[in-house]
Design a protein around this ligand. Structure first.
Ligand SMILES: Cc1cc2nc3c(=O)[nH]c(=O)nc-3n(C[C@H](O)[C@H](O)[C@H](O)COP(=O)(O)O)c2cc1C
Length: 199
């Protein structure tokens, strides 16, 4: 029962959660490095199992040498609109943790933990007047090679951050998709006591 951003929640959640969404229309404005570092700083205060902090953020700011390198890793479909963002981040996670003796042990929650860092980044970006848009669509093998990602690290996803632009700035096919998404009923994903919904 909160209404905001063309969305309506079943319970009185903070409007922030409805206002966060993933637009594709960005203004093409650049971002100061200090702003991006502030956003990444928030990300690395995310919680993680054992405070393992498995996330790694590989970033590029528009107008720098790294920008075309990261942009080129994205799928062609994502490049079309992400090219107007101000910053790109590729999220990588360390799949192991080190024991006291320095031995590598599998880190069961490395992806889960890195997901919480991604959300902190999206939230801090919102609070600074930006929007963040997550992306699975990229060439992960190219990312490993070009970004020199070591063994034992998993390429998770990417995101684009920028100032939102009017949807009229998008090509027609993307403009048609520039609408706030909705959600399944809460009862379809939250079960009291045992798994009682559809898969
Ligand atoms: C991990 C992840 C990967 C995603 N991959 C893509 C992608 O490759 N391309 C794209 O346009 N959107 C992508 N999205 C955006 C989702 O489609 C979007 O978050 C979802 O439809 C919910 O909409 P909302 O974020 O506006 O609430 C991705 C989002 C996440 C979190």
């Amino acid at each position: 029962m909160t209404d905001s951003n063309n969305r309506h929640s079943e319970h009185p959640i903070d409007a922030f959660f409805l206002d966060r969404w993933s637009p594709r229309a960005f203004t093409g404005e650049a971002m100061h490095k200090e702003t991006l570092l502030t956003i990444l700083d928030a990300g690395h205060w995310a919680p993680s199992s054992g405070n393992n902090q498995p996330w790694r953020f590989i970033y590029a700011l528009r107008g720098t040498e790294s920008w075309p390198v990261l942009l080129d890793i994205l799928s062609p479909g994502n490049q079309r609109w992400a090219s107007n963002a101000a910053a790109l981040i590729i999220f990588v996670s360390r799949t192991y943790r080190l024991s006291k003796e320095g031995e590598k042990r599998p880190a069961y929650t490395h992806s889960f933990d890195t997901g919480s860092a991604w959300f902190s980044i999206a939230a801090q970006a919102m609070k600074l007047g930006y929007h963040a848009h997550g992306m699975e669509g990229m060439d992960r093998e190219k990312a490993v090679e070009v970004l020199q990602i070591p063994e034992g690290f998993r390429v998770e996803a990417a995101c684009a951050i920028g100032r939102m632009a009017p949807k009229e700035t998008l090509p027609e096919d993307l403009r048609a998709r520039e609408v706030q998404s909705q959600r399944k009923p809460l009862g379809g994903v939250a079960f009291e006591g045992w798994f009682s919904g559809e898969e």
